[in-house]
Design a protein around this ligand. Structure first.
Ligand SMILES: [Zn+2]
Length: 258
């Protein structure tokens, strides 16, 4: 019987490992997908910002060209100054020069405003780009960590699968189908450990007499609450009833008192 219990526990532990691998793989895929999506969103936002910066740059260039144009007109106007022959012409030219002066001033102010906008937008872009790159780094590190765990587990998967088949061949066929049935209905856990008199599968207290029987490792018990097979894993790992005296364990307490 003890050998059967040992094989059941080993089988359960293999199932746990293989399930962990599947879970870790799925987690990694989900993480990679979520990260890629988040970065895509970030990049789309940055691209929008970059487009606005380009637009502002184009406005600045336009404004500079306009200023040049006004300055050019101003220069031409001034050359006419020497050819002035009367007050009326002088007044008209002065008015023209004054208009050009105002226009130049106005356009220069507009240009200044645009350049301030551009500078602020570029600073904001640089800040967000740095945030994006930092986020990408953090994501990569997390992915690499999880991928490493997956790889570690995957390296052992073949070995685990082979050993699982071996154990299933050794165990009684009825017991194997019972294992599979419970495993299917109970989140892949058919064999539950009992710690401190409690079923680790469902956290329910196991009757003291059942726990005592479990510690003798002479029978296969079943949890009355979750129907999982109960085995005292510590016993499989080499502990004896005396060394594991729990508060709910009357016989072990007696043994310790002797
Ligand atoms: Zn249970």
């Amino acid at each position: 019987m003890k050998q059967t219990l040992e094989m059941l526990v080993e089988l359960q532990r293999l199932e746990d490992e293989l399930r962990d691998l599947r879970t870790a793989k799925a987690e990694l895929e989900a993480l990679e997908r979520d990260n890629a999506e988040a970065l895509e969103g970030f990049d789309a936002m940055l691209a929008e910002q970059a487009a606005r910066i380009d637009e502002t740059k184009a406005f600045c260039e336009e404004k500079e060209a306009e200023i040049k144009e006004t300055e050019e007109a101003n220069r031409r106007s001034r050359t006419r100054l020497s050819g002035i022959t009367n007050q009326r012409e002088l007044n008209a030219l002065n008015k023209e020069l004054e208009t050009q002066r105002r226009l130049t001033q106005q356009r220069n102010e507009e240009l200044l405003k645009l350049m301030e906008q551009l500078e602020a937008a570029q600073a904001d872009y640089a800040k967000r780009k740095a945030e994006r790159d930092e986020l990408a780094e953090q994501m990569k590190a997390l992915e690499a960590e999880l991928a490493g765990r997956v790889e570690e587990k995957a390296a052992l998967a073949d070995q685990y699968t082979a050993r699982r088949q071996e154990l299933r061949g050794k165990l009684d066929r009825g017991l194997v189908s019972r294992f599979d049935r419970i495993s299917k209905g109970r989140d892949g856990i058919a064999v539950a450990d009992v710690v401190d008199g409690t079923c680790t599968g469902c956290r329910m207290q196991v009757p003291p007499q059942v726990f005592i029987r479990l510690q003798r490792m002479e029978s296969l018990e079943q949890c009355q609450s979750c129907v999982r097979m109960l085995v005292w894993f510590a016993g499989v790992d080499g502990a004896t009833a005396e060394t594991s005296a729990g508060p709910a364990d009357a016989s072990a307490a007696e043994a310790a008192a002797e």
